[in-house]
Design a protein around this ligand. Sequence first.
Ligand SMILES: [Zn+2]
Length: 327
Amino acid sequence: MDVRAPGKRPFAKLTRSMKKSILVLASFLCSFAAFAQKRSVSITIDDVPNVRLFQEDGYSSKLLSKLDSLKIPVAIFVNEHNLRQTKPFDKNKNLLKTWLSKDFVTPGNHSYSHPNYGEIGFEAFSGDVLKGETLTKEILKGSGKKLDYFRFPFNAMGKDSVAHLKMQEFLVSKNYKNTPFTVESEDWLFTQLYEKALKSGDKKRAMEIGNQYVKLSLDRFAHFDSVSVVNFQRPVKQIYLCHDNRLNTDFLPVLVQKLKEQGYQMISLADAMQDPAYQSREYYHGNAGFSWLYRWMSDLNERKGLMLAEPENVEIHKAYEEMQKAK
Ligand SMILES: [Zn+2]
């Protein structure tokens, strides 16, 4: 006869392997519940425009052409200084005009020359923010689009809470919304190895790197959906951060397709930021550039544990380090 004393914990009687099975089942149910709820993501692209690729590709942006056919909303974060990196300036300016003219593109300021706020301080950084909007605003005049969004280079928001607040107030005074991100997958690192493989004619290796990028990205989405369930008991509307580079030209369409297959809806930045999660209090006041899903966590140990559990690609990191050493 099974007579349980009141208050006795049935879980305590189970064997270690039974407990493990229950935890696996719980996490499965959790991810199933997350899956059952609508998941969505806004794709955001930093360091636009890439004038080096533009020149290499005969003055066309292949990424932009791909996006034209993908028909998904994207937000772009512009560094106007990029237009000076190659010649002729007028052609580069026209490239920026083309990006901004697309209906599916939400414009954003990413500062003029991509400095690190935590390193250069308020005066220099706020000057760079304003310098970074000149041409974009001129181009947008009469288009019906407004330059509402700003994203910090390196997502570095200043070295302490005073610095955070000071720049936040400055941005608000200039009618900017500070743009967070929740998922990224080191595309800036993958692309350097990817381009190296392409340049050496090793298409097989390039393909491998591209596929690994897509895999890591999907793993990161799954990770940040679970972090989101820990924080908010539901998947938030994610904001994915990537860059204008060769890797995304070739593999962002693959990633988008896979995300759609997993039930993600592609939404605009404005739609994503309607999620009340983006009004959450931030508990991190340093200059590091990690996901907002971590910044919203009040428990430091919980945050550290989840950061350690974040999917990584160790092989790619090693290859990157070797490439840096060889330079
Ligand atoms: Zn950037």
